[in-house]
Design a binder for this molecule. Structure first.
Ligand SMILES: [Zn+2]
Length: 171
C-alpha cells in the first residue's frame, strides 16, 4: 500500500538513510515520514494498601490483569491522559503522586510512562477497555503465566506490568 506525504500529498518512497535505517521520504518535498513510538500513560493507583488493576479487554495481553493504561491523545498532556484513562477504565478519580518509571524497547512501537496515584473520588467499576476491575493486596495477587504468543510487545508488556507493580506484590 502506498503512503502519501502529510505535507504535500505526494507518494512516499522507502530509502535507506546514511545511518543505515530505512525510512519513508516524500519524493516531491523531501519531508521524512518519521515513525516514533506512541506514548502510553499508566496509573499505579494505591488504595488502602492495595493496588487497582483491570482485566484487559484488548490486546496486548487481552485477559490479563494490569494497571489501567492507554494512549496519550493529541490535545492532552501525559498526566491528563493518565487521569482520563483511570476514569474511563476504573470509574475512579485519581490524583498523581509522581513518576514511577518510563518503559521502552527498541522493537516495540509504544513507550509507557507510569505514574503513582491515589484515589480521590468515584466508585470502582470496570469500564471502557476493562472486563473487570479490582483492588489487590500483596497476598491476593493474580497469578498469571508469561504470554505464549511470542510477540515482542506481549513479552515486553508482561515484564513492564511485573516491574511497575513490584512494590505492591509479595511474590
Ligand atoms: Zn511532500
Amino acid at each position: 500500500m502506498q503512503r502519501h506525504c502529510q505535507h504535500c500529498g505526494a507518494v512516499l518512497v522507502a530509502l535507506t538513510f546514511a545511518d543505515g535505517k530505512l525510512r519513508e521520504q516524500c519524493e516531491r518535498c523531501g519531508a521524512v515520514a518519521w515513525r516514533n513510538p506512541t506514548p502510553v500513560g499508566m496509573a499505579l493507583i494505591e488504595h488502602e494498601g492495595r493496588l487497582v488493576l483491570i482485566r484487559r479487554l484488548a490486546d496486548p495481553l487481552a485477559g490479563y490483569w494490569a494497571p489501567p493504561a492507554g494512549y496519550v491523545e493529541t490535545g492532552e498532556s501525559v498526566p491528563e491522559a493518565v487521569l482520563r484513562e483511570a476514569r474511563e477504565e476504573t470509574g475512579l478519580e485519581i490524583a498523581l503522586d509522581g513518576l514511577l518509571d518510563v518503559y521502552s524497547r527498541a522493537d516495540v512501537n509504544v513507550l509507557i510512562v507510569a505514574y503513582r496515584a491515589h484515589v480521590i473520588g468515584g466508585v470502582l467499576a470496570a469500564g471502557d477497555d476493562a472486563i473487570e476491575a479490582g483492588l489487590f493486596a500483596p497476598d491476593e495477587w493474580p497469578q498469571e503465566p508469561p504470554p505464549a504468543s511470542g510477540a515482542a510487545i506481549d513479552e515486553w508488556f508482561y515484564g513492564v506490568i511485573r516491574d511497575a507493580t513490584a512494590p505492591w506484590r509479595r511474590d
